[in-house]
Ligand binder design. Sequence first.
Ligand code: NDP
Ligand SMILES: CC(C)=CCC[C@@H](C)[C@H]1CC=C2C3=C(CC[C@@]21C)[C@@]1(C)CC[C@H](O)C(C)(C)[C@@H]1CC3
Length: 473
Amino acid sequence: MSPRPSPPAKRAFKRTPPNPKPEYEFLGPPGAVGMFIALPLITYGLYFNCREGFGCPPAFWDSKDGFWPSISANPTAYPVDLFNFFLSTWDMAAFQVYSAFILFLFVCYFVVPGPVVEGAVVGGVGGSPLTKDRSKYTLKYKVNSLRTLMLIAAIIIATLVTKGVKPFLFLHTHFIGLITASLVWTFSVAIFVYIWSFLPDSNGQEKILAIGGNTGNMIYDFVLGRELNPRFSASPDSTFDIKYFIELRPGLIGWILLNFGFACQQYSELGRITNSMAAVLLFETFYVVDSFWNEAAVLTTMDITTDGFGFMLANGLLTWLPMNYSLQARYLAAYPVDMSILHCFIVLGVQCIGYHIFRSANGQKDTFRRYGAEAPQNKGLKYMETASGSKLLISGWWGTARHINYFGDWLMALAWSLPCGLATPIPYFYPIYFAVLLIHRELRDEEKCRKKYGKDWDKYCEIVRWRIIPYIY
Ligand SMILES: NC(=O)C1=CN([C@@H]2O[C@H](COP(=O)(O)OP(=O)(O)OC[C@H]3O[C@@H](n4cnc5c(N)ncnc54)[C@H](OP(=O)(O)O)[C@@H]3O)[C@@H](O)[C@H]2O)C=CC1
Ligand SMILES: CC(C)=CCC[C@@H](C)[C@H]1CC=C2C3=C(CC[C@@]21C)[C@@]1(C)CC[C@H](O)C(C)(C)[C@@H]1CC3
């Protein structure tokens, strides 16, 4: 009998040292600390500054009620007050509902059928010797978010038919508890992925780390995200990737569920849905369905290929997106607006122009990159060759501005706030914040492209002069 072959010897786990010259983003460690504190406070602040029975600025600015209910004028009491405030918002029922929602999506990810696709090449540092060639390293992902959404829509319709709007009023009544529940999940996920990033993968090797997330500064790495694509198996063929799962599902689905809850609240109070609420619901649901329809396109975004997964993205997707993006519907539930015909036309016009630019620009780049310059779909489009091997479009949408797709996206953001009227600036939080995010994102992408394309990028910028809005910016 021949002896059993011994298992391959495990190589020693060698850790990539922190980057000795980190290029900090978001104002470095102080910015990371700021985000850590400010992002949750902004979400609570948007609720406490503008809610039913309290009013919205500028109306309540005269009132002595103040902005934070329990945070006193004594600055030294702040940390204690903040903690007490957080405890005062704890709501067990909301926590259970939010947790059940995440677990339901988790189960759906595995149970709902969908094709497995190969993502774009991912960057990063570290990893096993097998993953060192970053110019070829890709991972697999399961595409089933649209089917998951359809399943949820079927459950909603069945509940609506059998029980009416009552069960959905929970989302309005327990909104503040849901914010706190989402933050508990945000912190838990962020702490988990941070610790997980230090553990060896299933081959006993180091995980792939995000280039910008391995600075050695604990808070900065925790916020920006240390590991690039945290997943439960080191194999590129395994599909459960924590960042990808969270990128599209809880935030976007949670957003439209909350919108729906606020529409139900309006219906239960008015006995009807205003045209402004219908417009917000329709446009935002359409945006989410469109994102799911184009799910595979998210695999080429910098969130997936370049950025680590840490507190910032976890908070962005589990808390910020559902709780803040649903602000317009929450506002309209508290302060209904009936739009005139002219108002309707303006809103519809801005939405249609925005969507047309957003979708056709993104589609043009996607088709060009997917099928190549010679494909019949891309006939007539001009492009330039680069030393990196990738081609850059210089005509069509991409000949007008270097991120014309951002402009389309921003116009849609504006169209979702316009139905709220002009009584208060609070529902315009989304387009204002989004403008800042897109300008900053454009600068980050520009830096990435300059590194990748070198002199070719300068040549491209001479041909396509505008960044986001032709002749303006
Ligand atoms: N609703 C929300 O909260 C948010 C929405 N978004 C949306 O997500 C979408 C994706 O955005 P994002 O990932 O930032 O970036 P883009 O879809 O704009 O992609 C940028 C990349 O496209 C490639 N590229 C740049 N110029 C050209 C060109 N002329 N021809 C061909 N390829 C080019 C480069 O990558 P390469 O290395 O391949 O050349 C570049 O890094 C956008 O529509 C944005 O509005 C984004 C953030 C938040
Ligand atoms: C500082 C701060 C507030 C950070 C949080 C930012 C996040 C909310 C956004 C960063 C990139 C995002 C993307 C989407 C949602 C918002 C966040 C997470 C996105 C999922 C929206 C739908 C789009 O179709 C998209 C899939 C292209 C998009 C990807 C980026």
